[in-house]
Write a protein that binds this ligand. Structure first.
Ligand code: FE2
Length: 407
């Protein structure tokens, strides 16, 4: 061990050094605080705000987030947002941090009484150029598969500013062991914000019946949509010149109609150059091997939303649910057209495989079959959005570019 490594280890252990280099006990006598699933959640403007959430095995007394930039430390009170689900009380806390400086490298930790965690990195966004990491369905029987895809993607893209999961994050939305395994597979969630999308599997209880998706709604304190009946079901945020719209394709009574009204108002209120939609259920209907009665066409979700995407000038639509990566190019009025949005079906980041689909006439690129896992990146700049699809070994298999003249 070098002297520097020794000194860093001593600092990390809480032992401080005097000016002449001799050790002394820390004056504040803090102990190590253990929290679970410490995470950053996307906010409406990630250049100036962030939501920090975390859980604990036992209730905490009065937790705060300490946020440091240069020599300044701010303290932000964490709110108790514990909840009961899966016959278990989840002790959980959330802190909303506002008035951040854009483009700054902060660090933060959780403090509760005389205990505190280590420091964790928190970077705020700035400018119009950025990279996002996008994962398709991560539901698994063995979440080690999700962990290997997620870590491979993050290690190859340490410059990603946030990461997205396009729904079916877990196989069973009530099973807390699956949520824990999913969090364990993406430990970088403490460093970059998460953008969740609700899939059908988030809505299942342990009997595989659709229920209010309690765990999903409680675990991810996403930006408000100001619709009381469907708070956290769908939302939007901005990053650079991109307006991101996270939709919900689940069959809850009244949700689609309410959401269509919200979507129109949300997009019309945005002045950003680009409009990107994330939704779980794909917009196309594929034929299925062995089921000749099923026709190729547009899915229910496509019927619901594609006309609105045409009307609102959506640039890019990323969907999931079918566990296959397909680039369908631009579609307008349900047909191939350079005027429409680019539609990408994002693929699979777990171990549940559906090798049943027959190619759709709108497919422009299909991932190599039989299909394994994949992930995507989206790189935004002033002039273009570039979507790339990778296998977990880092091999790029597809690339699509959306351009638009400057307004
Ligand atoms: Fe799904």
């Amino acid at each position: 061990m070098t002297r520097r490594e020794f000194l860093m280890a001593m600092l990390g252990s809480g032992l401080l050094l005097t000016a002449c280099g001799t050790e002394r006990e820390p004056v504040d006598n803090f102990s190590k605080l253990e929290v679970k699933n410490l995470r950053q959640i996307i906010t409406a403007d990630p250049s100036t705000s962030r939501t920090i959430m975390f859980q604990a095995d036992e209730p905490l007394s009065d937790p705060i987030i300490e946020l440091q930039l240069d020599d300044t430390i701010r303290s932000i009170k964490a709110v108790d947002c514990s909840f009961d689900d899966d016959e278990h009380t989840h002790h959980q806390y959330s802190a909303r941090i506002d008035n951040l400086k854009a483009g700054a490298a902060y660090k933060y930790r959780v403090v509760d009484g005389s205990a505190r965690t280590d420091w964790h990195a928190l970077k705020t966004a700035d400018g119009n150029s950025f990279k996002a990491l996008i994962f398709p369905d991560s539901q698994c029987a063995d979440y080690g598969v999700w962990a290997s895809v997620a870590m491979a993607a993050y290690e190859k893209n340490p410059d990603a500013e946030f990461f997205i999961n396009v729904g079916d994050i877990v196989d069973n939305g009530e099973d807390r062991t699956q949520w824990q395994a999913w969090f364990d597979g993406a430990p970088f969630i403490d460093r970059i914000p998460f953008v969740p999308v609700m899939g059908n599997h988030e809505t299942y209880n342990r009997q595989w019946e659709v229920r209010e998706p309690v765990a999903y709604l409680k675990l991810f304190d996403v930006p408000s949509n100001n619709i009381a009946a469907f708070e956290r079901y769908y939302y939007s945020f901005d990053r650079g010149d991109v307006h991101w719209i996270v939709l919900n394709t689940e069959p809850f009574a009244g949700l689609i109609d309410e959401q269509k009204s919200w979507l129109r108002a949300d997009v019309e209120a945005s002045d950003r150059k680009w409009r990107v939609v994330l939704l779980h259920r794909d917009v196309l209907q594929y034929r299925i091997i062995g089921r000749p009665e099923r026709q190729e066409g547009i899915s229910e979700s496509g019927q619901d939303f594609m006309p609105l995407f045409d009307e609102l000038g959506i640039d890019l639509v990323l969907s999931a649910h079918l566990h296959t990566y397909r680039n369908r190019g631009r579609i307008f009025n349900f047909e191939r057209s350079e005027h429409g949005a680019l539609y990408i079906l994002t693929g699979l980041a777990g171990d549940v495989r559906y090798p049943i689909w027959i190619d759709h006439e709108l497919d422009e690129y299909v991932a190599p079959q039989p299909e394994t896992d994949n992930y995507l990146t989206l790189e935004a700049s002033d002039d273009e959005l570039v979507v790339k699809c990778y296998l977990p070994d880092g091999r790029e298999i597809d690339r699509a570019v959306v351009t638009k003249p400057s307004e």
